[in-house]
Design a protein around this ligand. Structure first.
Ligand SMILES: [Zn+2]
Ligand SMILES: [Zn+2]
Length: 264
């Protein structure tokens, strides 16, 4: 095993992704309780104390809810951009000065044998980022909470062996659904969330022979269904002659439980 990857939870109700090598293990976002994360890690035979760093994409509660507790319990450093720190520190509670670490978009952050590269994403948060993680000659990218597709996003997603990509909503379900008007506008805006259709379009554009596994995640509970997201993306890819199952493995990240552990 060179690198392993597993989503612990993924959805508008909470996000946490585990990945690592034999030597270095990290979490991207801790948006559910510390207890829930512990049980997800236990299923992977990973102890909380083995986590070397928590990387936060942005300050929304579905990404930071359990981060403070987890950091305190296991003395784990939290890495985030400057403005994300400012926006989330009241919610996190007291974090030991030594566990307060900064990352900067497009600047590599070296953590043992991992190199973590944050990149800017358009989303209605203070200084939101996605992360590409390089280790053992592999590249894994987490890209959720994307209001729209940018060249920066395309560049960072390209050539990832594993990609966790947002497929947040079906546009018709959202438009006809229960959300109040202002919330619908927010989700649909350029700093909101990525639709199933746009997730498919983005994938079709960046697809290369190097990409092996795509996980669709951060689904809206009200405005999407896993099967709908999967088939919409599958259809968009088929228009570009990309066959799911043949050219790329695609699966859904689970909202409440560990997804499948992938080793590359
Ligand atoms: Zn968000
Ligand atoms: Zn989110």
């Amino acid at each position: 095993m060179a690198m392993e990857f597993c989503t612990l939870v993924s959805g508008s109700s909470g996000n946490c992704t585990y990945m690592g090598t034999k030597h270095t293990k990290i979490l991207v976002d801790v948006g559910v309780s510390g207890k829930k994360i512990e049980s997800g890690l236990a299923e992977l035979s990973v102890q909380g104390s083995e986590i070397d760093g928590i990387f936060i994409t942005h300050e929304h509660l579905d990404h930071i809810k359990g981060a403070g507790v987890f950091s305190r319990r296991y003395n784990v450093p939290i890495y985030a951009t400057f403005d994300t720190w400012r926006a989330m520190e009241d919610t996190l509670g007291k974090i030991a000065p030594d566990n307060r670490r900064y990352v900067y978009p497009e600047e590599n952050c070296i953590l043992n044998d991992l190199c973590i590269q944050p990149f800017s994403i358009p989303h209605d948060a203070a200084e939101p980022v996605g992360f590409s993680v390089f280790g053992a000659g592999r590249k894994i990218t987490v890209a959720t909470d994307l209001g729209c597709v940018t060249d920066t996003i395309k560049e960072h997603i390209a050539d990832s062996q594993i990609l966790l990509l947002e497929a947040n909503h079906d546009v018709d379900m959202l438009k006809n659904g229960p959300y109040p008007w202002h919330l619908k506008q927010r989700v649909l805006s350029d700093v909101g969330h990525l639709s199933n259709m746009n997730a498919g379009g983005l994938l079709a554009e960046v697809m290369s022979g190097k990409m092996e596994h795509v996980l669709l995640g951060h689904l809206s509970a009200e405005n999407n269904e896993p099967a709908l997201a999967y088939h919409t993306v599958e259809r968009v890819l088929a228009c570009s002659k990309i066959q799911v199952g043949k050219h790329i493995h695609m699966e859904m990240a689970n909202r409440n439980f560990n997804g499948r552990k992938i080793e590359i």
